[in-house]
Design a protein. Structure first.
Length: 514
């Protein structure tokens, strides 16, 4: 913009403040309320923040007490701009002009606000009327060019630029505006030529470098664009357009730290800039400062309950990043409520609600699967521990059995002792190391071997008993024949059966008959 907005009117500020009562201004007194508003605008707090909301309220009290006070409307308009309320600002500027048609500052600021609101044609009409009485005002004519460009009335805009250059061939604003016209028409090379001309004429003009940077961006030369934006900021660190453009470029590159710096700088100069707040919120989100990003969205929504970008971005924040789907859905429901049934069924908000519902369902399914796996793991661990405890018991039994029967010839011949000791060694290693997850594998070998060994313990016990009695039992369990071929006397005095199947005669018995 060629014409910087005029600042609020400070009417008898010092004297009025000295006369204000210590308890606060009398809000029914238009002078006191007006001066209190000005004081608030000129007295930032310790953080450098200005209480625009309260200042705006003070000018509102002034207007209520004295509706004919054009300066109060003008200051209210300027304060509304700082909060990003351009439509409200335009209303106040219009009222100031209605009360005082020759109020130049109100004309200039209204025109600039109308261009930002996309109402370039109305702004152009406003400037043309002013130029009828002030045809030599080059700044206003450049503003007219900007308004005509915003309204896409390019031919008329060019004619006004020619009018400026006829009187001032080196007018920087004219070349800068001509560059903007070519840019709007898509003639990027001509836009660059005009911007270079303006840069030659005014090397210290931050706006020219910003415009060249924008052209480079459209030409897909991001590095050149960044260089131009940075030059613009060296010339004017508080430049809102250059900070905004560099911020957007930084976000596009994933440099959230730079984005945070540039959008913060833009807001320092223009606290009501909603786009800067949205950009800063995205940068904060990129740096994972989700709480700060959410607060910014809430701040924007509180000021403008129909700001679609704020609602949608807040919903995205909680859908993709915090995973608070309930909160995300509430933002969209609040957006729908703000329009009170005016939204069509195919509006984007309903599609976004469906996506959030799907994301919620997916998360629920994922959680259910995770819970299932966790439960299975816990049950498996419990089973493994039970198996491990059982294994310890069986290993102890195997160890005791092998120690008791390690000399059993039957066990040795069968290979049971060697096999048992090998299995026992492996099992004991698992038990001592508390390898719970390996218990089941070792248990298989122990459970296969232990019953086999236990089934032979009876024979081993007989073997040990026979050895203890001095001999080993004969095959079939019979006694070995005595020396001389005769059987040893049986218990009770009877003889064992003689060869041929007859029994040997016992003492005192008669021979058996035929």
């Amino acid at each position: 913009m060629m014409l910087i907005r005029n600042t609020p009117i400070a009417l008898l500020l010092a004297g009025s403040l000295m006369g204000c009562p210590k308890s606060g201004p009398d809000l029914t007194n238009p002078v006191e309320a007006f001066n209190e508003g000005v004081r608030l605008l000129q007295t930032p707090d310790n953080n450098g923040d200005v209480d625009y909301a309260n200042a705006y309220a003070m000018f509102g009290h002034t207007i209520t007490a004295d509706p004919s006070k054009a300066k109060a409307h003008y200051n209210a308009g300027w304060t509304a701009e700082q909060q990003g309320f351009n439509a409200k600002a335009a209303q106040h500027y219009r009222e100031a002009l209605r009360l005082d048609p020759g109020y130049d500052a109100a004309i200039f600021n209204l025109g600039l606000v109308l261009v930002e609101l996309g109402q370039g044609a109305e702004a152009a009409t406003l400037y043309k009327e002013y130029l009828v009485a002030n045809p030599g005002n080059v700044q206003v004519r450049n503003n007219l060019v900007e308004a005509l460009t915003g309204a896409k009335m390019y031919d008329e805009a060019v004619e006004n630029i020619r009018s400026i250059l006829r009187g001032d061939p080196n007018n920087v604003g004219a070349y800068r505006n001509l560059s903007s016209i070519y840019f709007a028409k898509g003639e990027l090379e001509m836009s660059q030529l005009c911007a270079d001309k303006a840069k030659t004429l005014a090397k210290g003009d931050s706006g020219i470098y910003n415009n060249i940077g924008v052209t480079y961006l459209v030409m897909d030369d991001k590095q050149a664009a960044i260089a131009e934006f940075k030059t613009a900021l060296k010339l004017d660190p508080s430049s809102v357009p250059a900070n905004m453009n560099l911020g957007y470029t930084a976000l596009d590159s994933g440099d959230y730290a730079l984005g945070k710096i540039t959008f913060t700088a833009a807001l320092a100069k223009d606290p009501g800039n909603v786009d800067a707040k949205l950009g800063l919120a995205v940068a904060l989100r990129g740096e994972k400062d989700f709480d700060a990003a959410g607060k910014l969205y809430d701040e924007i929504i509180a000021a403008d309950v129909k700001n679609e970008f704020a609602y949608f971005n807040a919903a995205t924040l909680h859908t993709k990043y915090t995973k608070n789907f309930k909160k995300a859905a509430k933002y969209l429901d609040d957006y729908i409520s703000a329009f009170q049934g005016q939204l069509q069924p195919d509006h984007e908000v309903y599609n976004r609600k469906s996506l959030i519902a799907a994301a919620q369902a997916a998360q629920d399914a994922k959680k259910a699967e995770a819970d299932r796996r966790k439960k299975e793991a816990e049950e498996r661990k419990q089973r493994q521990m039970e198996t491990f405890n059982t294994l310890k018991v069986k290993v102890a039994a195997l160890d005791e059995l092998l120690k008791k029967y390690k000399t059993c010839e039957l066990m040795i011949e069968m290979g049971g002792i060697d096999m048992g000791e090998m299995v026992l060694e492996q099992a004991q290693m698992v038990v001592q190391a508390e390898e719970v997850d390996m218990a089941a594998d070792v248990m298989t070998f122990v459970e296969d071997l232990l019953p086999q060994l236990q089934s032979n313990t009876g024979f081993c016990d007989e073997e040990f008993a026979a050895k203890a009695a001095g001999g080993a039992p004969a095959e079939g369990g019979e006694a070995a024949p005595a020396e001389g071929g005769e059987a040893a006397p049986a218990e009770g005095g009877e003889a064992a059966p003689a060869e041929g199947g007859e029994a040997a005669p016992t003492e005192g018995a008669e021979p058996a008959g035929e």
